[in-house]
Design a protein around this ligand. Structure first.
Ligand SMILES: [Zn+2]
Ligand SMILES: [Zn+2]
Length: 266
């Protein structure tokens, strides 16, 4: 069975999910492993929320649960880094100083703004914002690639006026391919993030065509995550995710322990 390795708790600025409650839900659902990946998104353009946490306290808390639940589930400590090129040096230092099991690199901004808010799209077409998002993702990966899995690669399309309407892998293949080639070159996994399905986008992030293309380009490492910010969505649509991955040519997914991939048969 596939565990969940993209999970937020109250250590994230945008979640109030109780860690222990999530662990208990995961145990009840029979998940073999669970990795918390709370947000560190330094210099995030928001006044009302801070995406940062006390890493020592985080490790202490997770370490206690890891021991307490060791006979029922494997608990891992990860982080989701919100990438911006100028943060590369600080993020490098952070992950050298703290031994996370798993590091997700995610692009959360376009034009320096949070696309969750409609003003990012004001005066621009969906396609313009999508392209810019992929260009900024490419710049971020060029600047910083010491992470294990690329989070929700086409996440921007959740927020456009027409959402997936003007989006296809084909329409952005030139820029997406550049990103995928770098991931393969740096041995970085790609994530299938089922929140796209949960948010009624009609597909996970990224779209299966992107996952298939990563595989075609020689990528073999794929991680599976629900991006839960509440305990009820842990492991959401993982059967569907496994079907999609098999149809894209993958035989295994991976999770990470001390930054090393562990293979799980699909
Ligand atoms: Zn994210
Ligand atoms: Zn997340």
């Amino acid at each position: 069975m596939i565990g969940d390795i993209h999970v937020h708790s109250s250590f994230s600025g945008d979640s109030d999910a109780d860690m222990e409650e999530e662990i208990q839900k995961a145990v009840a659902a029979g998940l073999p492993y669970l990795c918390f990946t709370d947000h560190i998104d330094w210099d995030f353009p928001a006044e009302d929320v801070e995406y940062n946490f006390d890493v020592d306290e985080y490790f202490r808390t997770i370490g206690q649960y890891r021991e307490e639940y060791a006979d029922r589930i494997r608990i891992l400590s990860g982080v989701e880094l919100g990438m911006q090129p100028h943060l590369a040096g600080r993020y490098k230092k952070l992950i050298q100083e703290h031994r996370f099991d798993f590091v997700i690199g995610s692009q959360h901004l376009a034009f320096g703004k949070d696309p969750y808010y409609p003003e990012t799209f004001e005066g621009r077409t969906d396609a313009e914002v999508y392209r810019r998002y992929f260009e900024e993702t490419l710049e971020s990966v060029k600047a910083f690639h010491d992470f294990d899995s690329m989070g929700h690669l086409d996440y921007i399309v959740r927020y456009g006026r027409r959402r997936g309407g003007v989006y296809s892998y084909r329409a952005f293949a030139d820029i997406i391919d550049e990103i995928l080639k770098l991931l393969v070159k740096f041995n970085i996994a790609i994530e299938i993030n089922t929140a796209g399905i949960r948010k009624q986008l009609g597909f996970p992030n990224p779209h299966p065509d992107v996952l298939r293309r990563y595989r075609e380009l020689g990528g073999t490492l794929v991680t599976v995550g629900s991006d839960s910010h509440k305990s009820y969505s842990l492991g959401f649509a993982f059967d569907t995710a496994a079907d999609i991955l098999r149809s894209c040519g993958f035989t295994h997914c991976v999770y990470y322990e001390k930054r090393k991939p562990r293979f799980v048969k699909l």
